[in-house]
Ligand binder design. Structure first.
Ligand code: PLP
Length: 347
């Protein structure tokens, strides 16, 4: 036996959404990727970086990206850290705040990768269920865990928590409330103002969904300078390569393109949700670039399999709390028309 740490030996490891090898042969609606290409200015910026520059190390602190984000959101640059995907910064938050044996928590269902990251660290995980009246079941008057992760909008269900709920939650947590805003660009509100006002709130973002850059691995956190300074100690010192830094600055700079893409996806999402309801599906009103929807007979696995046969990939979760429905990413209008046609045929 190799002498692994016990938590590593015992953990299962995270299973990401299926990426087929021949992906161009599928309509791929299973990992919430953006169906539109990144801004042409992003491609230009990346290409300009390819060449002799690659000989040299990148800027360790990704300063140009941090400054661009800070300007865009109205913060000082020392409130921002760039990351190699928001997954990196989620990981480093756990490493910064949770020692072995400490507890972290999140709402179930949401992003189960928080569990994997905690297991690697040797931290304990607690999950809370949310009831109809915006109450977390069995949530203590004061929560003493080190970190609480709140995906807002929720993934995979797509709803948004009211800002008052989030603020009240932050007030009941001794540790840090991390608001994972992977999908906030598709929503009407976000919690950046809570970062300004409350000492224990951190917001994380990703470029993977709204900026069409899942393949580039770019994310960020916005938090008080003390938190950002701690995260800067922990990260790989060259966590963003030169291409990622060029992409980051150009993507944030091209807000016209960004807004166009986001608007199109929201419009397609709202139209697709209405069409699904016409077919008798139950659809949770979504604030992300996906919908969680339940077919009339609640046999989501059957529909998943039939769509798969037609080379349409969606996400099915076997967890009993989610197994009645499917999470369907919003693609182009054409992708969604084909999906509706397939669903009508499958019946
Ligand atoms: C996609 C996603 C992430 C990961 O984003 P990356 O920047 O691609 O690592 C984090 N949280 C949630 C809820 C997501 O859906």
């Amino acid at each position: 036996m190799i002498p692994l740490r016990r938590n590593i030996a015992e953990m299962a490891g995270y299973v990401p959404g299926f990426q087929p090898r021949d992906e161009h042969r599928y309509i791929k609606l299973n990992t919430n990727e953006n169906p539109y290409p990144p801004s042409p200015k992003v491609i230009e910026a990346i290409l300009a970086e390819v060449g002799d520059n690659l000989r040299k190390y990148p800027d360790a602190a990704s300063r140009a990206g941090c400054e661009q984000a800070a300007r865009l959101y109205g913060f000082d640059p020392d409130w921002v850290i760039m990351a190699n995907g928001s997954d990196e910064v989620l990981n480093n938050l756990i490493r910064a705040f949770a020692s072995e044996g400490d507890e972290i928590a999140y709402v179930h269902p949401s992003y189960s990768y928080y569990s994997t990251l905690a297991e690697v660290q040797g931290a304990r995980v607690r999950t809370f269920l949310l009831d109809e009246g915006w109450a977390l079941k069995d949530f203590p008057a004061r929560y003493a865990g080190k970190l609480f992760f709140l995906a807002n909008p929720n993934a995979p269900l797509g709803f948004c928590y009211p800002q008052e709920f989030i603020e009240a939650l932050a007030g009941r947590i001794d540790g840090v409330l991390v608001i994972d805003e992977a999908y906030a660009d598709f929503a009407r509100e976000n919690s950046l103002d809570l970062v300004r006002r409350l000492p224990n709130v951190v917001v994380t973002r990703t470029f993977s969904k709204s900026y069409s850059l899942a393949g580039m691995r770019l994310g960020m956190a916005i938090a008080r300078p003390e938190v950002i300074a701690a995260l800067n100690k922990i990260r790989d010192h060259y966590n963003l390569d030169r291409l990622a830094q060029a992409a980051c600055v150009a993507a944030l700079a091209d807000q016209d393109y960004f807004r166009q893409c986001v608007t199109r996806i929201r419009e397609t999402r709202d139209w697709f949700s209405a069409e699904l309801r016409v077919l008798g599906w139950e659809v949770i009103p979504s604030h992300g670039n996906f919908v969680f929807a339940t077919p009339p007979d609640r046999d989501a696995k059957r529909i998943y399999d039939s769509l798969f046969e037609r080379r349409i990939l969606v996400r099915y979760f076997s967890d009993p709390i989610l197994s009645h429905g499917l999470r369907i990413s919003i693609g182009t209008r054409e992708d969604m028309e084909k999906t509706l046609t397939a669903l009508a045929e499958i019946g």
